[in-house]
Design a binder for this molecule. Structure first.
Ligand SMILES: C[S@@+](CC[C@H](N)C(=O)[O-])C[C@H]1O[C@@H](n2cnc3c(N)ncnc32)[C@H](O)[C@@H]1O
Length: 263
């Protein structure tokens, strides 16, 4: 399974992850404290969930949004709020742009999908000008911080390995800091962004988690109906559920910001 095969269904992605990316993204966009009205490149824009938040909060004068998945970009293009965005397909590790043509480069929930995360950060730094920002947030997989963590744990209990993103180890704050330092970025800061994941009931949780998208959804899509039933039964018993039926548990993203050195 290669990197684009995880992301082939925009609607399923929205049910699974878009809303949680937005919640983390709102906190992140305040925290990075980048001025409004700059030239942005969003790397790994997917369905445009974070892109919408970026436009609302930072009012870019130019926004290019890149993703290797034509399906995710097709979904993003259906959002009228993104009509001014220049979408294109491409790979974070070989960005199809000249040096120093943007002010800010951002990756939202992307770095763990890169086979060579350092190359992705170096590329992001290359395309911003001196003093420009390279910023990112991603679920902390090392700490079980993803909204999908309960399903991953249940799959493991049943003896199924999830098809992991290639660089899940790059998601801790120390690993991210090392990447930003290796890319020679300055003024590096990190923080944790807690996100409260909630669903109206178990059915909504199950419907969200089992769409055919992302490492977990793709793993489930390849299981037999009997095994899917076993997974569902196990999750029924162990998913944190409140007396009113709501499913609720915490997720955690790690955020990082840094700036390109002035000459
Ligand atoms: C979890 S989604 C995040 C989408 C969006 N940024 C958000 O916050 O909702 C990960 C995205 O990374 C993209 N991706 C995977 N490999 C990539 C690569 N090599 N370069 C750029 N993006 C990549 C996927 O296609 C997918 O859209």
């Amino acid at each position: 399974m290669n990197k684009t095969d995880f992301f082939t269904d925009g609607a399923a992605y929205e049910r699974l992850m878009g809303r949680w990316s937005r919640l983390a993204g709102q906190v992140f966009l305040d925290w990075i404290a980048v001025p409004q009205g700059l030239r942005w490149i969003e790397i790994g824009c997917g369905t445009g969930a974070f892109t919408e938040e970026l436009i609302k909060h930072r009012l870019p004068i130019e926004l290019v949004a890149l993703d290797p998945s034509p399906d995710q970009i097709a979904f993003a293009r259906t959002r009228s709020s993104l009509a001014a965005v220049k979408f294109q397909t491409g790979d974070a590790q070989v960005l199809p742009f000249d040096d120093a043509v943007f002010d800010v480069a951002v990756m939202a929930l992307v770095i763990h999908f890169l086979r060579d995360p350092l190359r992705g950060v170096v590329e992001a730094a290359r395309v911003v000008g001196p003093g420009g920002w390279v910023v990112s947030y991603v679920w902390d997989y090392a700490m079980g911080g993803s909204p999908t963590a309960p399903v991953v744990a249940a799959l493991k209990s049943l003896g199924f390995g999830t098809v992991s993103p290639p660089s899940a180890k790059a998601t801790s704050s120390s690993a991210l800091r090392d990447l930003w330092l290796s890319a020679k970025l300055d003024d590096i800061e990190t923080r944790v962004i807690p996100v409260a994941v909630t669903f109206a009931d178990f059915e909504e949780f199950w419907h969200s988690m089992t769409g055919p998208v992302g490492p977990v959804g793709k793993t489930i899509a390849e299981m037999s109906p009997d095994d899917v039933d076993r997974l569902r039964a196990l999750l029924r018993t162990r998913t944190p559920t409140r007396p009113d039926g709501r499913v609720a548990y915490p997720a955690n993203a790690t955020a990082i910001k840094g700036r390109k050195r002035l000459p």
